[in-house]
Design a protein around this ligand. Structure first.
Ligand code: AMP
Ligand code: FES
Ligand code: ZN
Length: 316
């Protein structure tokens, strides 16, 4: 298979990938250029941010967010990054994730903020899951949102960019549809504007599949954590991703159509009322829908009281 872009320029080169949903075969060079062009177009078209703005990329150590950090830096955007060390010891998951993020930061000379939740809360995600009674992913999401937003506000970043790709967004949209969760569907967009205390949130990789992010990492020798989060095993999003991969195989372009037709045809029709009014948490000042402490501060209180009970038992 030959690279179509090179062929158009009268050059013959071997393609390394065929993208059925774009009916496009590309060589290594052209794939990198195509990816970066498409990324820049997405940012411009959806008005995510301008080249002068200060962007904070949330990096997990996985392929998507590292590809995003690298590509934005290469394209000349003003980027720093933040990594939340989740304190997951199984398979050295957090240790390896953090290393991958630190290594890329050094290589591309971009600043990386590190927040260790163990240092802040005394426990990692597995323990917080038991203490709070929330699922691991729910407590993990809560803690990540809190610290990422905090760093964004403290560092005066214009927006937070995450590495959510097309496969992630399709799986989430499908899950929201299964339960007809209209509130979540309203909030599922590539750009979420700034809201009282919440930084603008953008997803510049929504037009790329997982496979395309992976290839971008491979051709730029970006080392990422291969392991999936050990706490996310068996979650329904993995099942939905497998399902949509099958659909995509028989009908290329389905993922893009499912997600972007929702954005253009359905989402604008949904009532744009924010069902919850945001207030400031009386303890930490971060935005919350609660009349009292925010969910993060409640979690902190819970950890404190369990630790105090433990100490008391030891004394008794
Ligand atoms: P996930 O929900 O794990 O698929 O992650 C979605 C996106 O959230 C990633 O692409 C990152 O941008 C961000 N993210 C996930 N985990 C972390 C982390 N530990 N630290 C910073 N950002 C993260
Ligand atoms: Fe959040 Fe695994 S990364 S639960
Ligand atoms: Zn709070």
């Amino acid at each position: 298979m030959k690279c179509r872009r090179c062929k158009d320029k009268g050059i013959s080169s071997k393609a390394i990938i065929f993208l059925p949903h774009h009916n496009l075969s590309l060589c290594k060079n052209c794939f990198g250029e195509w990816y970066e062009y498409r990324l820049r177009q997405t940012i411009k078209k959806t008005r995510m941010f301008t080249p002068g703005e200060k962007i904070l990329v949330a990096v997990s150590g996985g392929k998507d967010s590292l590809a995003l950090w690298y590509a934005l830096k290469k394209l000349g955007y003003k980027v720093d990054a933040v990594h939340i060390d989740l304190g997951i010891k199984e398979k050295d998951y957090s240790l390896i994730s953090r290393e991958k993020a630190e290594n890329l930061g050094k290589r591309i000379k971009s600043h990386l903020h590190i927040v260790s939740i163990k240092e802040h809360l005394g426990e990692g995600i597995p323990e917080l899951h038991w203490l709070s009674g929330r699922s691991p992913c729910s407590v993990c999401g809560l803690v990540k949102r809190y610290f990422i937003n905090l760093i964004a506000k403290k560092g005066s970043y214009s927006c937070v960019a995450t590495g959510h790709n097309l496969d992630d967004e399709v799986a989430t949209l499908f899950s929201n549809l299964l339960s007809w969760d209209v509130d979540l569907m309203i909030r599922q967009a590539p750009v979420l504007p700034e809201k009282k205390g919440f930084a603008r949130r953008v997803k510049p990789l929504v037009r790329f599949t997982e496979k395309e992010d992976l290839l971008y990492c491979l051709i730029h020798e970006i080392d990422y954590i291969r392991e999936e989060c050990p706490l996310a095993r068996g979650t329904s999003s993995l099942l939905y991703k497998r399902l949509f991969n099958e659909v995509e195989q028989t009908s290329p372009g389905s993922k893009l159509r499912f997600y972007f037709n929702f954005q253009t045809n359905l989402r604008p029709l949904l009532p744009n009322k924010s069902t919850a009014r945001l207030k400031s948490c009386p303890s930490c000042g971060q935005p919350t829908t609660s009349d009292n402490l925010c969910a993060f501060c409640r979690l902190k209180e819970r950890v404190r009281s369990v630790e105090a009970q433990k100490k008391q038992k030891q004394l008794d």
